[in-house]
Write a protein that binds this ligand. Structure first.
Ligand code: NAG
Ligand code: NAG
Ligand code: NAG
Length: 151
């Protein structure tokens, strides 16, 4: 279940951690993009799902599954706004993996604890990808029939 307080404190932690080092001139697009890039890099420093043996789309403890869903949604927005493709491959891999066998954002590993709100975070990330024409995954023939274009 989503714990808003926990999310708020996590986010505050991330922001405060980087905010101490960030000075942004909001009248300068390059400056804003640089700051966004620093924050995206900071987010991805927590991510280990792209390492051999780890699970794509999961964040390590203490982060919840839904927080990973929110993070990848932010990375979709980040790509859309800045055009930086640095994290596109990891994001595609994460979303496809966590979409689950039935592509309903209910992967078996999460069904004991997953609520609609948790699923909603991932769903909003998928919708953001669809709305912004985020790059589609390259789909192996084996999963093509059950894999909608956005997953
Ligand atoms: C995983 O992604 C991070 C963030 O983009 C990157 O720094 C790291 O090199 C990647 N690791 C592997 C094994 O691809
Ligand atoms: C993403 O994957 C494609 C295909 O493997 C590769 O050509 C591209 O360089 C990768 N992008 C990044 C930012 O690593
Ligand atoms: C579920 O957990 C197993 C064992 O850790 C892992 O191999 C698999 O990739 C996980 N699946 C998802 C969708 O997270």
């Amino acid at each position: 279940m989503v714990r808003i307080a926990s999310f708020a404190s996590t986010l505050a932690g991330v922001l405060l951690h980087t905010a101490t080092a960030l000075e942004v001139n909001f009248d300068n697009q390059g400056d804003v993009f640089d700051a966004a890039s620093t924050i995206a890099f900071g987010l991805m420093r927590s991510y280990t799902g792209n390492y051999t043996g780890d699970v794509p789309g999961n964040l390590p403890d203490p982060y919840f599954w839904w927080e990973a869903g929110a993070m990848f949604g932010h990375l979709v927005d980040y790509w859309h706004i800045t055009g930086d493709e640095s994290y596109v491959n990891q994001t595609v891999q994460a979303i496809v993996h966590q979409s689950g066998d039935l592509r309903d954002l209910m992967p078996k590993n999460q069904t004991h604890t997953e609520g609609n709100d948790d699923q909603g975070f991932w769903a909003m990330s998928v919708m953001a990808a669809a709305e912004n024409n985020f790059p589609n995954p390259r789909r192996p023939a084996a999963i093509r029939p059950s894999c909608p274009s956005r997953l």
